[in-house]
Design a protein around this ligand. Structure first.
Ligand code: NDP
Ligand code: MG
Ligand code: MG
Length: 340
């Protein structure tokens, strides 16, 4: 088994004497900046004028233009949307890097797919939390953390690994476990996981179940509870104790149904599709499509997004959640409130 590192395995000294610029203050950016600051590291934020800039200032950070933040820091963590990174990097980051600085990423996409080619005189590393940014923050506040992968692409200082581990410790990841990876492995597994399982797989599974029930004449409210609401309760059990723990908690009838019917839904054919998805990720076909989609101003992304938001499960879900005050407000709504 690979060695998982925890707080006692990490020496943070090397990062204490450096200033860290967090570029971007979105899902990951706000969490990294606040966690690192509370871990007593020297943090500034680099942004363009706008909503994030106002928020970061309200949160008490020194906020500079991206160019100035890069000039004033030794470690530059790039937490911009992946599709914006190349432009901002070329215009404002690369021209302001000093030899011996480090640039860092939370996802390997742009380095692995050669959208960013860093100069040979800086360290390049990856600290990729395996969870959404808002949970990187929330778990840190609770004294816990989200696990993270770290990887080194370029080690000029001879200390890139130490810096990466200290950074991972600073955002709270060492409380949950840090595991070494490469930019290639992180990029390919992250894209595959979100497409086939976590995001794409789960939303398609939920919608197909909901549609099957409602098309057979069952009430949409019942179908919503069965196929979406309960998903969280089941996933919590999986998170806490794996498949066995979840199966321990459900009825034996549910467990028998799990055994005999699960493999009818996700079968060899599904796995063959998963292999195709993985291949598209590995060959760069997926990356190329996404880069071109952005260059064309996202015609397909926007059209599909609008259609998805109109799905009947979204309509019934809104009504039902409004009547369940204990279901917390969706993050999106909360954030817009904070920003407005
Ligand atoms: P978000 O979209 O949440 O945040 C983007 C931030 O970048 C915003 O603060 C935005 O500010 C700022 N920004 C956008 N364009 C510019 C620009 N041209 N100049 C300056 N600032 C700009 O990004 P994420 O946190 O989701 O993603 C950041 C990185 O983390 C990505 O590499 C992603 O793959 C990775 N990652 C993300 C995860 C997640 O949980 N979301 C999980 C693990 C990794 P403004 O308000 O001005 O638009
Ligand atoms: Mg991802
Ligand atoms: Mg049931």
């Amino acid at each position: 088994m690979s060695k998982v590192l925890y707080e006692q395995d990490v020496n943070t000294e090397v990062l204490r004497e450096k200033r860290i610029a967090i570029i971007g203050y979105g899902s990951q950016g706000h969490a990294h900046a606040q966690n690192l600051r509370e871990s007593r590291f020297d943090v500034i934020v680099g942004l363009r004028p706008g909503k994030s800039q106002v928020k970061a200032e309200e949160d008490g950070f020194t906020v500079l233009s991206v160019a100035d933040a890069v000039k004033q820091a030794e470690v530059v963590m790039i937490l911009l949307p992946d599709e914006m990174q190349t432009t901002v990097y070329t215009e404002s980051i690369e021209p302001n890097l000093q030899p011996g600085n480090a640039i860092a990423f939370a996802h390997g996409f742009n380095i692995h797919f050669s959208q960013i080619v860093p100069p040979s005189n800086v360290d390049v590393f990856l600290v990729a939390p395996k969870g959404p940014g808002h949970l990187v923050r929330r778990t840190y506040e609770e004294g816990a953390g989200v696990p993270a992968l770290y990887g080194i692409y370029q080690d000029v200082s001879g200390k890139a690994k130490e810096i990466a581990l200290a950074y991972a410790q600073g955002i709270g990841a060492a409380r949950a476990g840090i595991l070494e990876t490469s930019f290639q492995e992180e990029t390919e597994t992250d894209l595959f996981g979100e497409q086939a399982v976590l995001c794409g797989g789960v939303t398609s599974l939920i919608k197909a179940g909901f549609e099957t029930l409602t098309e057979a004449g069952y009430q949409p409210e019942v179908a919503y509870f069965e196929c979406l609401h309960e998903m969280k309760l089941i996933v919590d059990l999986l998170y806490e104790g794996g498949l066995e723990n979840m199966r321990y908690s459900i009825s034996d009838t549910a467990q028998w149904g799990d055994f005999v019917s699960g493999p009818r839904v996700v079968n060899e054919e599904t796995k063959a599709r998963m292999k195709e998805i993985l291949q598209d990720v590995q060959t760069g076909a997926f990356a190329k499509g996404w880069i071109l989609e952005n260059q064309a101003n996202r015609p397909q992304f926007n059209a599909i997004n609008a259609k998805e938001n109109q799905h009947p499960i979204e309509q019934v879900g809104k009504e039902l959640r409004a009547l369940m005050p204990f279901v917390s407000e969706p993050l999106q709504k909360k954030q817009n409130k904070q920003k407005d």
